[in-house]
Design a protein around this ligand. Structure first.
Ligand code: NIG
Ligand code: FE
Length: 401
């Protein structure tokens, strides 16, 4: 045995458990990066390393299933503009917004992008994140999108963290393709998705399906192409209006539909039928001072898994703290702290296609764990900004990041 955790207060998040089902005095045995046994006693004499958790709470490592961590530049000026009355959509139509970050990101080298991302990643790590999804989408040329994906992957060699990458080339129409969005979609389908699939630079493809992004037809073209190349799909859907992108994502068995403030009943039904995860992004809701709430009661009623993520990005969610998002999911959307914890563990794992490997404490699962300096699991949603993480374990290795 490589590692044994003793005297842990476990919340396993195994399916079928309702309530936290906290169990005290538990041991977790870990070998070759996987959890091999959970119980009140293990053969710890043979373990190479033993950690006494001293009764601390142990949960699965947290999973941030939607971020835009790689970019250059800063958009504090737009924050100021919005508070002076200019709406986000107008800033974006004037060439600000996503395109402002695109021009800064195109000028940065892969190495510079890695350096800029590290402090953001460190914020997430301090909040207990062991797996993070990172999207491209600020390059919008073949070379710059690939550069972003490579920079995202390179973070794995800098910190003890698992990175999942998503191609979001359909994030905005690049300035050189202004009024020629369909040609840009063709470029993505013919020259980007095949390379990304071939070089395994991403496992999913995402589209910003919105009036200031791409329409349903363009979104479907990307989804069809991604599927043909063996990549999963996910969507930025129903964030600012109801276009039907969520139902389209569900039609392609998408891993997740994200934002979904403007989702209607038919969209909820489509999610229920496909098993697609509903990813809530309360940071963007809060920062854009949105008032339209995602349909939480309906999602809950249909037992649609709800994930929670930071959506870390320079324009709409500059918050590198997944615990803050758990708090916001509770205070702004009315999730329970238990739903919030599931949202950043088991449901977030499903939103990345890792539902049978990560996000739960169960034999056979990856040994990605957090040991917390808190007593009750609700504390993880209740407190913000306190140094409550005691230790993080990724693939059975204790992290000292
Ligand atoms: O998830 N909605 C589109 N994309 C990002 C915003 C990106 C930006 O403004 O830079 C989001 O909110
Ligand atoms: Fe996003």
């Amino acid at each position: 045995m490589d590692l044994v955790l003793n005297n842990a207060r476990l919340v396993t998040l195994q399916p079928g458990n309702s309530g936290y089902q906290t169990q005290d005095n538990q041991c977790i045995a870990i070998d070759h990066g996987k959890i091999v046994a959970i119980g009140t006693q293990t053969s710890q004499q043979q373990a190479k390393q033993v950690i006494d958790c001293e009764g601390r709470l142990v949960t699965p490592g947290l999973i941030d299933c939607h971020t835009h961590l790689i970019f250059a530049g800063n958009r504090a000026n737009e924050f100021e503009m919005r508070l002076n009355g200019v709406p986000y959509t107008e800033i974006s139509q004037q060439g600000g917004g996503i395109l402002a970050t695109v021009s800064a990101t195109r000028q940065a080298s892969e190495q510079e992008l890695v350096e800029l991302a590290l402090p953001r990643l460190d914020g997430l790590i301090r909040s207990g994140v062991t797996s993070v999804e990172i999207k491209s989408g600020y390059g919008l040329t073949v070379a710059d999108e690939l550069k972003m994906l490579r920079a995202a992957k390179a973070l794995e060699s800098q910190r003890r963290i698992k990175v999942t990458t998503t191609l979001l080339a359909a994030h905005a129409v690049p300035p050189e393709y202004r009024d020629r969005a369909d040609e840009y979609i063709d470029l993505i389908c013919e020259h980007l998705i095949p390379v990304v699939a071939q070089e395994k630079l991403a496992t999913s493809v995402d589209v910003f399906c919105e009036s200031i992004g791409f329409n349903l037809e363009q979104t479907e073209k990307i989804f069809r192409c991604a599927t043909e190349h063996g990549l999963s799909v996910k969507g930025h859907t129903e964030q600012l209006s109801n276009l039907g992108g969520t139902a389209l994502t569900a039609k392609y068995q998408g891993l997740s539909a994200d934002h979904i403030e403007y989702l209607d009943d038919s969209g909820v039904d489509a999610l229920a039928a496909s098993g697609t995860v509903a990813t809530l992004l309360p940071g963007a809701f809060y920062f854009l001072r949105e008032t339209q709430q995602p349909p939480i009661a309906k999602l809950r009623d249909k037992q649609i898994p709800m994930a929670i993520a930071t959506d870390f990005n320079p324009g709409t969610s500059p918050f590198a703290d997944l615990g803050l998002m758990m708090n916001m999911a509770c205070t702004l959307f009315g999730l329970t702290p238990e739903e919030a914890l599931r949202g950043v563990t088991c449901h977030a794992a499903n939103a990345l296609g890792y539902g049978s490997e990560r996000g739960q404490i169960q034999a056979g699962y990856d040994a990605d764990l957090c040991i917390w300096n808190v007593q009750h699991p609700a504390d993880l949603s209740y407190q913000v900004g306190l140094p409550r993480l005691h230790q993080r374990i990724v693939n059975g290795e204790v992290s000292h990041d």
